[in-house]
Design a protein around this ligand. Structure first.
Ligand code: FEO
Length: 170
């Protein structure tokens, strides 16, 4: 059984994960209009990951007997100068997701809610990977000044990315 406060905050986090997907779809569209189809694919896959994250919360709340409430999403930003700005903003966004996961974990600890702590632990680890992936990509884009042959090679690389849901036991 979840506390009312825990249930409300977990519900809000579903919507934030869906918003993350919305933002990444907007970034995918911006990359496509910059003719960076590989980066566009990268953010389309990122959107699929965010929906998967949201659904983990969805199922957890249901499994614990809570009620899932889905509300509207904020409008994502749609105008970006270049790929460097997109990656900087996506990294900042992931840092905000991490902050929110940490707040949920702190609350679960305060409430001695061990099941929610166990559930959130997966996200604590996932956020390390989320931030590291974007930080590495941003640094590579900076190394090639976001242009020329270098950016085309990076675009090719990230164009290979595919969404693979983690195994159930992970
Ligand atoms: Fe679901 Fe990218 O955090």
């Amino acid at each position: 059984m979840l506390s009312d406060k825990m249930s409300k905050n977990l519900n809000e986090h579903i919507v934030y994960e869906l918003y993350s997907g919305h933002l990444y779809l907007s970034m995918a569209a911006a990359c496509a209009s910059m003719n960076l189809d590989g980066f566009s694919n990268f953010f389309i896959v990122q959107e699929q990951e965010e929906r998967y994250h949201a659904m983990r919360f969805f199922h957890y709340i249901n499994d614990k007997g809570g009620d899932v409430k889905i509300t509207g999403l904020d409008h994502p930003e749609t105008e970006f100068k270049n790929i460097e700005e997109i990656l900087e903003k996506s990294l900042h966004h992931e840092q905000e997701v991490t902050r929110r996961i940490n707040l949920l974990m702190a609350q679960a600890k305060d409430e001695n809610d061990f099941a929610t702590q166990d559930f959130l632990q997966w996200f604590v680890r996932e956020q390390v990977e989320e931030e590291a992936t974007l930080d590495t990509l941003l640094n590579k884009v900076k190394l090639v000044n976001g242009e020329g042959q270098g950016i085309l090679m990076l675009d090719d690389q990230v164009g290979q990315r595919q969404f693979t849901p983690p195994a159930e036991s992970e």
